[in-house]
Design a protein around this ligand. Structure first.
Ligand code: GDP
Ligand code: GDP
Length: 436
């Protein structure tokens, strides 16, 4: 189920990224903490009054050397395309500018709910600066101060009021998956290839407008699938669609809606920085993951080519050691028919429930092989374990003191669980909890 999405728009320097960071809070992810990975996020999740949402800072989508007004226009278009609610930011210090008026006109025509936030209203004396913003015709302006954290509550109250209360019906037994990866790795070709398999029956279920690009189909053995469209893959041509940030953002949105993600790498070009970032997000989201090496037809092969490439992937993506790797070609169709069954296997893994009695036997055996760690004379004691969730499978281990469960020991337990059961293609979570 996709989170409702808020997009922030406005001309440069009004304080969009300041507001974005305030709203997104301090959730720095491991991906962003990895060296070489950019820190300036444009997409994050936030929460207000118990409602979760995604938030996009359109100002962070760099459109290269486009003229100023075109950049702003495109950012507004992205907001309209992606968001349920738009926060339009102006500056109380500078007042209404031509660029503000341009953005206001584009937003006005879109029929999307727009909340007008006038930023840099840092103190009560400045509140009079907001009135000229009525001229934009977007309703009441809200005074805010990103740097002081003022007024944001009112803006968010208003934003969540516009979230649709309609709940997308979850169809039982349908596996939702998406293909993500850099531009040109072959995602669209693979989609067509998978759908072109003659035994796949594309069904006619109409999606909502938003999801109209999703494709529903039934596999050979009756399994239902929904393929979630990633980068507007079948309606190309917009200027911003080739920008890296935009494609990462689309990938993250697809990940959010998927049970399983097919992470596509181009065999001919090998692994790039951007691949790592995309893979990191999929891992963090806890989705099932399959690594698809496409364009395998273009690689000059000798006996070890596949093994070597596999090793390179394992080295580069150590945290994805659970993800199966498949070598395919969208052009020669090599192994495309294996994809649906692999997706099904991963789906089974991520939905697997281990009875507590069986799980506790495995944990006890693990402790017998490798005794629990000690710290300053105290030893970790494990009392009992139980699986608390699926998708991804999560195991709570009741212990004497949570701090004694070191990362390495949790990792060891995870490996023992993986050795005992089949958790192919899914992350699993180990959570130590103090026994009350
Ligand atoms: P963006 O280009 O719209 O993303 O703007 P930034 O968030 O990068 O902010 C532009 C400048 O305005 C920075 O120097 C911020 O420190 C400053 N700024 C942001 N919010 C406020 C605010 O509420 N009050 C004041 N006085 N300055 C702000
Ligand atoms: P996307 O941007 O990830 O959707 O990539 P496309 O599906 O548009 O593919 C980009 C280019 O790679 C196109 O010219 C495709 O014909 C080509 N391509 C895709 N898959 C393969 C493959 O398996 N082998 C070869 N040789 N070319 C491929």
């Amino acid at each position: 189920m996709a989170n409702p999405t808020i997009a922030i728009v406005g001309r440069p320097n009004v304080g969009k990224s300041t507001l974005f960071n305030r709203i997104a809070g301090e959730r720095i992810s491991i991906v962003e903490d990895t060296p070489g990975v950019t820190r300036d996020r444009i997409y994050a999740t936030g929460e207000w009054l118990g409602k979760e949402f995604s938030i996009i800072d359109t100002g962070g989508i760099d459109l290269g050397d486009e003229p100023f007004m075109d950049q702003i226009r495109h950012q507004a278009e992205i907001a309209i395309e992606e968001a349920d609610v738009i926060i339009f930011v102006g500056s109380g210090q500078e007042g209404v500018t031509d660029a503000d008026e341009l953005v206001a006109r584009i937003l006005f025509k879109s029929n999307k709910p727009v909340i007008l936030a006038v930023n840099k209203v840092d103190n009560p004396e400045m509140r009079n600066e907001i009135y000229e913003f009525y001229s934009l015709g977007l309703g009441d302006p809200y005074p805010v101060s990103g740097s002081h954290g003022l007024g944001l509550g009112d803006v968010l109250d208003e934003a969540i009021r516009h979230f649709s209360t309609e709940i997308e019906p979850e169809e039982e037994g349908v596996i939702k998956f998406s293909l993500i990866g850099r531009p040109n790795v072959g995602k669209s070709s693979l989609i067509n290839g998978i759908l072109g398999e003659e035994r796949v029956i594309v069904s006619e279920i109409e999606g909502t407008t938003r999801d109209a690009v999703d494709t529903h189909f039934v596999g050979e053995n009756g399994q239902k699938f929904t393929m979630i469209d990633t980068a507007g893959m079948r309606k190309r041509g917009k200027v911003y669609e080739s920008t890296e940030k935009y494609s990462v953002m689309r990938a993250m949105r697809a990940i959010e809606r998927s049970d399983i993600v097919l992470f596509v790498i181009n065999a001919e070009e090998g692994i790039r920085e951007q691949d790592k970032r995309i893979a990191g997000y999929a891992h963090e989201a806890g989705r099932g993951l399959i690594i698809v090496v496409n364009k395998w037809d273009l690689v000059k092969k000798d006996t070890n080519s596949m093994r070597d490439f596999e090793q390179e992937i394992r080295d580069e993506f150590q945290y994805l050691d659970y993800a199966p790797i498949i070598f395919v070609s969208a052009v020669t169709r090599q192994r495309l028919n294996k994809l649906p069954e692999l997706i099904e296997r991963v789906s089974e893994s991520q939905n697997l429930r281990i009875p507590s009695s069986v799980l506790n036997d495995v944990i006890m055996d693990a402790v017998a092989i490798n005794p629990t760690p000690t710290d300053k004379g105290r030893r970790l004691k494990i009392f009992y374990s139980t699986q608390v969730a699926v998708k991804p499978p999560a195991f709570v281990i009741f212990v004497n003191e949570e701090e004694l469960m070191h990362f390495s020991y949790a990792r060891f337990l995870e490996n023992q669980i993986r050795n005992a059961f089949t958790f192919e293609g899914t992350p699993i979570r180990i959570i130590a909890r103090r026994r009350k």
